[in-house]
Design a binder for this molecule. Sequence first.
Ligand SMILES: Cc1cc2nc3c(=O)[nH]c(=O)nc-3n(C[C@H](O)[C@H](O)[C@H](O)COP(=O)(O)O)c2cc1C
Length: 393
Amino acid sequence: MPVSKVRRCAQLQLRVEQLKTLDFAALLSGKSAVIVRNVRLALAAHLDRAVEIDVAEMQVLTELDCETWSPCDALVAAHGAACIEGLLAKQLLLAENADSPAARRDRDLRASHWHGGAAIAHAHSRWSHNDSIAAQRESRLQSVDDMVEAFGPPPPHFHRREDAVARVALGEPARTSLDDLLERRATCRNFDLAQPISAAQLSALLKRVFGVHGMEELAPGAVALKKNHPSGGGLHPVEAYLVVQRVEGLVPGLYHYNVEAHALDLLRELSSGEAHAFAMTAVAGQEYFADAPVMLVMAARFARSMWKYRNHPKIYRAILLEMGHISQNLYLTATEMNLGAFITAAINEVEIEQAFGLEPMAEGPLCVCGFGARAKERVTVEFDPAHKVWSDA
Ligand SMILES: Cc1cc2nc3c(=O)[nH]c(=O)nc-3n(C[C@H](O)[C@H](O)[C@H](O)COP(=O)(O)O)c2cc1C
């Protein structure tokens, strides 16, 4: 289809990176073999990858309006066909009649209220087909010993201000049952493959961690939900998607927790093998987490928060913080049920989005939690220095 008018994409960041490569011919002849090269990169929120551009392309991008459509002929006359066609192929310039997924995402971004920096950070921190365990193995930085050897010790574990003007001693607080619960919380990396979650356990956990416990219409059409965690602006943008492997009465598959109905909506049934394979992909090869009978993907409906916090530099941070609160509620709820729980941000967002049918800039998965009965034996390390979970620790 001929291109008559084009415009620059909406959310764009230009960056210069210094690349070092090895010149093997120079190496063999005993000369300096490191080639240092500056690379110009375009990072756009409607694209999943940074794109290398040249000086001419960079100039066009810095000069072009991102809102007005410009006649393609005039741009070709001014900058040359190769430059404009290159930018169109890289989807940094978008044609008026383009209907690719990237062009659609660019159009959706224009109607959204993402802050530019946050949009780029979100779009470009997503993983696809990443195996974090293999990557760790290849990096040869597997143990803490390896890291100390490579980096030296980390910054001190306790932080003391040398400029403090006085110290006020705090008495030992009285213990309550909350202390016992908190002390039994430990990230679980050993799930019992033979032990399913009961329907009652799943229902209780979802209600407590993601469920609604009150609501009020604050203005026409603006309903505030009361949940068990704080939420930036009270907007509760976080959705729970489930990867079910072993829950009594549920077929393995992908579900959405319907908060309104306190029910699970099945999105796709999977065989047990498919569910486990997807769980492995979702948590980037962390098998000890993929063994959990239930995994919960937390995804943010950004538009809900950005309705109030338009183009706000901090709302993305607030959403991440909110997920931390939810995760701790999930850990404690699971602990109270004598179950183990985990959270990970090492996830393959792209495959999760595809599986659940999520548009990344509209409803983005940001972390995965899971829970289930602990195995009898601890194979993978857990941090339990006070022996609150494992008597053999
Ligand atoms: C945001 C976040 C991401 C985490 N990601 C991982 C992960 O990818 N893999 C993992 O084994 N543990 C992960 N953890 C768990 C930490 O390793 C764990 O909390 C820490 O070692 C302290 O142990 P504890 O939770 O048992 O007290 C994560 C924790 C948080 C808060």
